[in-house]
Design a binder for this molecule. Structure first.
Ligand SMILES: Cc1cc2nc3c(=O)[nH]c(=O)nc-3n(C[C@H](O)[C@H](O)[C@H](O)COP(=O)(O)OP(=O)(O)OC[C@H]3O[C@@H](n4cnc5c(N)ncnc54)[C@H](O)[C@@H]3O)c2cc1C
Length: 381
């Protein structure tokens, strides 16, 4: 594929770069998680005002109808400028596109605008204590009562639930369905009700980015079923496909930023002359470039076939592996300075541990690559 910008893409890049220069996100608040989140929420509101919050959304929903390449340019430029991801990332990348695909006109009218402006934050209630990689094993129940559904069960690892007004929730509506992936339904659940309890889970980094959700008799009216009763797994797959395709570009740009920061710190300490250090940094550079080009290859597949190819799994696997290697090497190279409590590299090192679990574990991604890319026999289940 041709990796240079077309005239339209170059114009898009120039307009965005100028806007980002004129509208910097402001000083990143240190320490306090809530203050940090409020900063990203305000940043998203400003992006929305400038028409940049969701470039890939169609213009009738407040986007720019950007092509996939322009979306990739958006993330590249956002990363290059050092700006953060918008606060409502799950709303913009997952809930919005899923509602556009499966929602009724009323659901689109009700939900899309407040997602864009970060007025209403969304979380993803898929994983449960006994259902992560195997989503179809979920046990949360939804029982019909009049014109509403009553939900009971537990979700876990629900990122950002503490800030969320809405949850993309998958629950079992037909426990007697012959196969476990049948009988699931996708709900848009209002988090602000008595039946929903949010319990923070503190991570190794010290922050409580995700939560347990205890749901006891929460009510979801019929009009908040998305994509039809019993169709939950199909709707959830739309969400998951958007998750991998949307994040791939931002992640590789973020990796590049971290690597450049590490090279800069190694240079300041006069470590670049050490051939062992140069060798390791060279290898990480090579991996970052392979990741970038593989992400572009994935883009070509989406543009050609209309849906993400298995390259998405490869990109996610390579990114998590490389990010873990990079942050470990930073700790090896910079020594105790990198590991002081509160030091940015300490945070990156600890946060990277979750990379090989979130958004699909490395083992599951390897299975996908083995079976769907290499055509190897299916693993014993
Ligand atoms: C930082 C972070 C944020 C997250 N945010 C969210 C969120 O917002 N919403 C949400 O719903 N979930 C979220 N998750 C949950 C994440 O999606 C799950 O952790 C993930 O799907 C794995 O599920 P599990 O933890 O239940 O592990 P399991 O599926 O139980 O897997 C346990 C181990 O067994 C391996 N394994 C499982 N099945 C197979 C197989 N068939 N072949 C080979 N190995 C296998 C896995 O690779 C893993 O090593 C988040 C996780 C993290 C780390």
């Amino acid at each position: 594929m041709d990796l240079s910008d077309s005239p339209q893409e170059a114009a898009f890049r120039a307009e965005l770069r100028a806007w980002l220069e004129a509208n910097p996100p402001g000083q990143e608040p240190a320490g306090d998680e809530d203050a940090h989140y409020a900063w990203r929420r305000d940043w998203q509101r400003r992006l929305a005002e400038g028409g940049w919050a969701a470039v890939h959304w169609p213009p009738e929903h407040g986007g720019r109808g950007a092509t996939l390449t322009q979306s990739a340019i958006f993330y590249e430029e956002l990363g290059r400028s050092g700006a953060p991801l918008p606060a409502n990332v799950l709303g913009l990348l997952l809930a919005g596109p899923t509602i556009m695909t499966w929602g009724t006109p009323e659901q689109r009218d009700r939900h899309l605008a407040p997602i864009l402006t970060a007025e209403e934050i969304w979380c993803q209630g898929f994983s449960e204590p006994d259902a992560g990689s195997d989503l179809a094993a979920l046990k949360t129940r939804a029982v019909k009562e009049g014109d509403a559904w009553v939900i009971t069960g537990q979700k876990v690892w629900t990122s950002g639930a503490q800030y969320s007004k809405w949850c993309m929730l998958v629950a079992r509506t037909d426990p007697d369905a012959p196969k476990k992936h049948q009988g699931l339904t996708y709900f848009l659940m209002d988090m602000e009700q008595d039946g929903v309890e949010i319990v923070p889970l503190r991570q190794i980094t010290g922050e409580a980015e995700f939560n347990e959700l205890f749901i006891d008799g929460a009510r979801v009216p019929d009009e908040h079923v998305l994509g039809g009763v019993g169709n939950g797994l199909k709707v959830a797959l739309t969400t998951l496909m958007n998750e991998r395709a949307g994040l791939a570009f931002f992640l590789q740009v973020r990796l590049r930023q971290l690597l450049d920061r590490l090279i800069g710190e190694a240079r300041e300490r006069g470590l670049l002359a050490d051939p062992l250090v140069a060798d390791r940094l060279g290898e990480l550079h090579l991996r970052a470039e392979v990741l970038r080009l593989t992400a572009y290859r994935g883009l070509t597949a989406i543009e050609t076939y209309g849906q993400p190819g298995p390259e998405g799994s490869l990109t996610k696997w390579m990114w998590s592996d490389t990010n873990q290697q990079l942050t470990q090497f930073a700790a090896d190279l910079l020594g105790p300075d990198a590991l002081r409590a509160g030091a940015p590299w300490a945070y990156e090192l600890l946060r990277a541990r979750g990379n090989s679990i979130e958004g699909g574990t490395t083992e599951i991604l390897k299975n996908i690559v083995a079976e769907r890319v290499l055509g190897l026999p299916r693993a014993g289940r």
